[in-house]
Write a protein that binds this ligand. Structure first.
Ligand code: PMP
Length: 355
């Protein structure tokens, strides 16, 4: 029987490989360090707000997410018109290519980086231009500039970079933006923003105010621990935000997700204390691995990267053996999220067995 054929580009969409769930064995606590999730359970106040919203599930959510926009606007000190919420920040990645690329237009980004980039670009029938990272896992911004052509519509800058860890500095970003043509949208994907602890960190809000072509992508999934609820938001000058809203999935942020995001902003101080603890754990883990002799790039997100090449599977297997699941990228490396101290300890032990 003949089946209807999807567009030719659909067959070229790479698969998204979700982080492996924990491997449960009797008597061994299993830990999942494979999806850059926040290991802390939700705050009671956030659960309460979300639970109250469950009672409205026979109704569509507020499509304009009015209360969430107001809360973000106040928190960030930016106009409501400069914000676009989305179904996770992956939703924003789809929206920016849908909103700005004709078929065949080019999207420049570093590689390896977040695996949803090639998926969204290919789904939109746009063309990925992948620029290899520097040896230390940082973006090669000069090479990315050189890769921009007349067909380039979007550049994605992932900072900190998932999965390698380093972040772009404000000085580097300013020099880059000064040379990017104005018709090119520059996405600064700040999914891990709250974990950054370095000198000259990017001030996203000041940057978008100075650049009509810059859009920040942020998420409630990581620092705020709402990965399961799918809430992301973009911040840019109003015209880009309007385009992102225009192509958004109608009702794409559920009432439960909106309520949880608003409650999380209200509880931000407590959530950011947890982020501080995770950033300290990250330093502890990276220092322990460096002391073992591993070459671990600077880690500014809630994860560390082992550039293991063909030996990626070995570390994944060693971690599995102690009840910790990690995220291997075949032939390239292994990304390990920062989790509970006990999980991090086990990962450090597993890594030691390979030295
Ligand atoms: N950007 C980057 C760099 C990420 O690593 C992730 C999540 N892994 C996202 C965006 C998407 O996050 P979400 O859709 O949960 O907001």
């Amino acid at each position: 029987m003949a089946h209807p054929q999807p567009r030719a580009n659909i067959a070229r969409i790479p698969a998204y490989v979700p982080g492996k769930p924990p491997v449960v064995r009797p008597g061994v606590t299993a830990y999942k360090l494979s999806s850059n999730e926040n290991p802390y359970p939700p705050l009671p106040g956030v659960v309460e707000a979300a639970t109250a919203a469950v009672a409205t599930m026979n109704r569509y959510p507020d499509m304009g997410s009015v209360a969430l926009y107001a809360a973000l606007s106040e928190r960030l000190g930016v106009p409501v018109d400069d914000i676009a919420t989305a179904t996770g920040s992956v939703g924003l990645i789809y929206q920016v290519v849908t909103g700005f690329c004709e078929p065949g237009d080019e999207v420049v980004y570093a590689w390896r980086s977040f695996e949803a980039y090639p998926i969204a670009v290919t789904a939109a029938a746009a063309t990925s231009v992948q620029v290899p990272l520097l040896a230390d896992g940082r973006h090669d911004l000069d090479a990315m500039l050189a890769a921009i052509t007349d067909r380039t519509r979007v550049v994605l800058v992932c900072t900190p970079n998932n999965p390698t860890g380093p972040a772009v500095t404000q000085t580097e970003l300013d020099a880059f933006l000064a040379r990017v043509p104005e018709h090119v949208v520059v996405v600064v994907d700040e999914a891990y923003l709250e974990f950054v602890r370095m000198a000259d960190a990017v001030d996203g809000v000041a940057t978008y105010r100075a650049h009509p072509n810059v859009v920040l992508f942020r998420t409630f999934s990581k620092a705020y621990g709402l990965a399961g609820f799918r809430v992301g938001y973009a911040v840019s000058q109003a015209p880009i935000a309007a385009a992102l809203r225009a192509v958004s999935l109608p009702f794409g942020v559920s009432a439960v997700a909106q309520a949880a995001a608003i409650a999380s902003l209200a509880a931000e101080a407590e959530l950011l204390e947890r982020v501080d603890a995770l950033a300290l754990e990250r330093t502890r883990v990276r220092d322990a691995l460096l002391a073992q002799g591993w070459d671990i790039p600077d880690a500014q997100g809630n994860f560390v990267w082992f550039p293991l090449g063909d030996r990626a599977g070995d570390l994944a297997a060693a971690a599995d053996a102690v009840g910790v699941t990690v995220r291997p990228f075949a032939g390239d490396g292994v990304r390990v999220s920062i989790g509970e101290p006990e999980a991090n300890d086990r990962l450090i032990e597993a890594a030691a067995t390979l030295r």
